[in-house]
Each structure stands twice: as C-alpha cells, then as structure tokens.
Design a binder for this molecule. Structure first.
Ligand code: AP5
Length: 219
C-alpha cells in the first residue's frame, strides 16, 4: 500500500498513520517528524528548518524533497509507505510523482481527512507529546488525568508530556492559512489523477479509522 494522508494541521494524519502502521506493517513517513528530529539534533538542515517551522511556514522544498528521496530509498519502504504531511504544495506533489515513477512505486490512493476549523484548533490546543517515546495524546479528549497516569514504554515512568512549540495560537493560525493556500490545491490535483478519497475525520478515533479503511478498500 502506497498512500498519502492529506489534511489540515490537527486533522489526525499522525494518529491514523500510527494505526495503519500497526495494521499493515508499513512505515509512516512524516516530514514533520523528520524535520523535528533534524531540529533536535541541531544539524545544519535542522537549523534552517527551525525558523520556518516556528513561524508556521513551509520549510524549503529542496530540504524536504532531499529528505523524502533519502527516506524512500530505505529498504523498509519497498513493501509500501504512508506519507504523512507530504506533499504540501504542487511543486512537492509533482516532484513526488517524478520520484515514484523513477523507482517504479506509484501512489495507490490519497485520503483527505476533513475536519471543521474549530475542531482543528481545539485538538491542537490539547495535544501533548511524550518526550521519551513520542506518543501523542490529547488532554481535552482523554479522560481527566489519563494521559498523565499512563506509563511510558521506554522509561516505565509516567510520560514526560510537552506541547509542540508550533502549537501556539499565532503559529497555528499561520499553519492553517498555509494549508488553505498551498496544500488544499492538492485535492484537485489528486482528484484529476483519480486517486482522491475524502473522509469525514471527526468523531472517535476508531470511527475515523473504520472510514479510512473503507476508503482504502474502495476501487
Ligand atoms: P507536521 O508535523 O506535518 O504538522 P501538521 O501538518 O501541522 O499536522 P499536525 O502534526 O499538527 O496534525 P496531524 O494531522 O498529524 O494530527 P494529530 O494526529 O497529531 O508539520 C509541522 C511543520 O513542519 C509545518 O508547519 C512545516 O513548517 C514543516 N513541514 C512538515 N512537512 C513539510 C513539508 N512537506 N514541506 C514543508 N514544510 C513541512 O492529531 C492532533 C491532535 O488531535 C492530537 O492530540 C490527537 O490525539 C488528536 N486527535 C486525533 N484524531 C482525533 C479524533 N478523531 N478525535 C479527537 N481528537 C483527535
């Protein structure tokens, strides 16, 4: 299975990718995660990317495309992959098409996760990530205290939860604007290729997962 999950910040791309990874045993390739890892390591690429990420803008295409080219050359992607947060604009989508043609691995589906603007902002404001295992939780949708009580599989201690630096109100507003202007046009791009499947991504995570599975089985 070679797919793209397309959707605004907070639409659940990462959450649903994780579930697909478990179900289909194929890797999630998230440009956001790859960029955050480069920022954390302080690599030259990370230093360049950080400024754009903190401002809610897209990181330069050449940086992101270089990372994707390297990642898709790794052997674990031969059996398929889930692209999460990539491509983000038409130039990236065209470059991805060319790369996948070159390696003989064309996309099979692009699923658009549709979520109302107010719900996106709500989800993002409650998102927290464990600094040790990377698990993403939501303080607003989980039972009170549940996320804090859970123990981390890496340390055996309670999760050390932090809020992503780009999850503040001003940056989120910019990220949503960038999505509308630069990423939403991909809906028409992939519809024209016959690859697009849109699903309602509101409601419980398990319901969204079922809609996603059904969309992937549609021919
Ligand atoms: P990236 O990391 O890709 O962030 P994003 O696209 O803004 O998406 P998010 O991670 O915010 O949301 P998500 O859809 O994964 O939602 P999640 O599952 O976490 O990008 C960050 C930055 O990196 C960009 O701004 C840019 O600067 C740069 N970048 C990345 N890729 C790039 C590219 N290709 N080109 C250039 N620059 C790039 O869910 C959100 C919350 O909601 C969580 O708390 C979750 O628990 C909760 N939740 C999920 N599903 C549900 C549900 N059904 N009901 C209730 N809560 C739910």
């Amino acid at each position: 299975m070679r797919i793209v999950l397309l959707g605004a910040p907070g639409s659940g791309k990462g959450t649903q990718s994780q579930r697909l990874v478990e179900r289909h045993r194929i890797p999630q390739v998230s440009t956001g995660d790859l960029l955050r890892a480069a920022v954390a390591k302080g690599t030259p690429l990370g230093v360049k990317a950080k400024e754009a990420m903190d401002a809610g803008r897209l990181v330069a295409d050449d940086i992101v495309l270089g990372m994707i080219r390297e990642r898709l050359a790794e052997p674990d992607t031969r059996g398929g992959f889930i692209l999460d947060g990539f491509p983000r604009n038409l130039a990236q989508a065209r470059a991805l098409d060319a790369l996948l043609r070159e390696i003989g691995q064309p996309l099979e589906a692009v699923v658009q996760l549709e979520v109302d603007y107010a719900e996106l902002s709500r989800r993002i404001s409650g998102r927290r990530t464990c600094a040790d295992c990377g698990r993403v939780v939501n303080l607003l949708t989980s039972a009170p205290g549940e996320a804090e009580r859970e123990s981390c599989p890496k340390t055996g201690k309670p999760h050390r939860l932090f809020q992503r630096p780009d999850d503040n109100e001003a940056t989120v507003a910019e990220r949503l604007k960038v999505y509308e202007q630069q990423t939403r046009p991909l809906v028409d791009y992939y519809r024209a290729q016959g690859l697009l499947r849109a699903i309602d991504a509101e409601g419980p995570v398990t319901d969204v997962e079922q809609r996603l599975q059904a969309a992937l089985q549609r021919r």
